[in-house]
Ligand binder design. Structure first.
Ligand code: FES
Length: 110
């Protein structure tokens, strides 16, 4: 079973099982990581914003234009920002490390 690591807002590193074919957003939720994913992966929010750790960005498929547009609405975006629902676990991504942004736009609290 592939694994991935989430660096939580308090700096804690959480290693979770990352089943192939699941999105990073789904993996986070399954592993008890605090990520909202309000639109359930339909590219209509940005509450699954994550920041990919160095070295991993090049291994990901580039973001689509729709993903880029949605990311523009997220707080605190960086060059390594992606939407967690758009990254699907593959064998090559075993060990992936992503960070939760400090600032989030939580639709349920907006
Ligand atoms: S869960 Fe809404 S864009 Fe990813």
């Amino acid at each position: 079973m592939p694994k991935m690591t989430f660096i939580e807002r308090d700096g804690n590193r959480k290693v979770v099982d990352a089943p192939l074919g699941m999105s990073v957003m789904e993996i986070a939720r399954k592993g008890g990581v605090d990520i909202e994913g309000a639109c359930e992966g339909s590219l209509a929010c940005s509450t699954c914003h994550i920041i990919v750790e160095e070295g991993w960005l090049a291994k990901l498929k580039p973001a689509s234009e729709d993903e880029e547009d949605m990311l523009d609405l997220a707080f605190g975006i960086t060059k390594a920002s992606r939407l967690g629902c758009q990254i699907v676990m593959t064998p090559e991504l075993d060990g992936l490390v992503v960070r939760l942004p400090k600032e989030i736009r939580n639709l349920l609290e907006a």
